[in-house]
Write a protein of this length. Structure first.
Length: 222
């Protein structure tokens, strides 16, 4: 049943259409600080990496002290968790694709989103039962995506008594961090174009292949 290997899927921008919730919550924080709201470029920039990496950049751009970053993240999470996270919508067209892939592969979520938030988001997507595990960092402890991917592989090895061969493993995501992780760990990778990265970003990172729409995952992987 699972001889084809394992798929590791990013969450925001790959499975979850979470951008509006994330950027709306963050704009509330910025508005309360009396500073500029997010530009379109910044909206794409912040989705994917850990906020501990991106928030200081937003502050610098606005001439604000980077020491405000932790407080901003805390307030953002309060707003996002209360009002947006439990209503995280799916990427259009991804549902039946994931259900079909789950018949052929072991599926896991690997995300830079704090794991407690990621689990709630996956529940909101109605996909909990399709995944072997949801791997993400603890709050306020960002972890390189490659380490998270490695953790997911170790989880599968411990659960099933054997580690999927890297040639039968794919990391699937919309930002170069996902592709970088696959390259570092040694799995294959699919860069997806329906999220927050573009084809140039994913190709230059070394994606094994590119998917334009969710249905492409079926033709690539099956």
């Amino acid at each position: 049943m699972h001889g084809r290997g394992a798929l590791f899927l990013d969450l925001d921008g790959t499975l979850a259409d979470s951008g509006v919730g994330i950027t709306t919550a963050l704009n509330e924080v910025l508005a309360a600080m009396g500073t500029d709201l997010l530009t379109e470029d910044e909206k794409r920039f912040i989705i994917g990496p850990a906020f501990q990496l991106t928030m200081p950049v937003l502050l610098r751009t606005r001439g604000l002290d980077e020491s405000l970053s932790d407080g901003m993240i805390t307030e953002y999470r309060r707003i996002y968790t209360a009002h947006h996270l439990p209503r995280t919508p799916r990427i259009e067209g991804i549902g039946h694709v994931i259900e079909e892939l789950a018949r052929h592969f072991l599926l896991s979520v690997v995300t830079a989103k704090p794991v407690n938030q990621a689990i709630i988001a996956v529940e909101a997507l109605g996909m909990t039962g399709l995944f072997e595990t949801v791997v993400g960092p603890q709050p306020d402890r960002p972890v390189p995506k490659a380490r998270l991917l490695e953790d997911a592989l170790v989880f599968l090895e411990n659960k099933n008594g054997t580690r999927p061969h890297n040639d039968a493993c794919w990391m699937i995501g919309d930002r170069h961090h996902d592709i970088d992780a696959a390259t570092e760990v040694g799995t294959k990778s699919v860069g997806v174009l329906w999220g927050y990265g573009d084809e140039a970003e994913l190709t230059s990172a070394g994606a094994t292949t590119i998917a334009t729409v969710p249905a492409d995952l079926l033709s690539i992987l099956l």
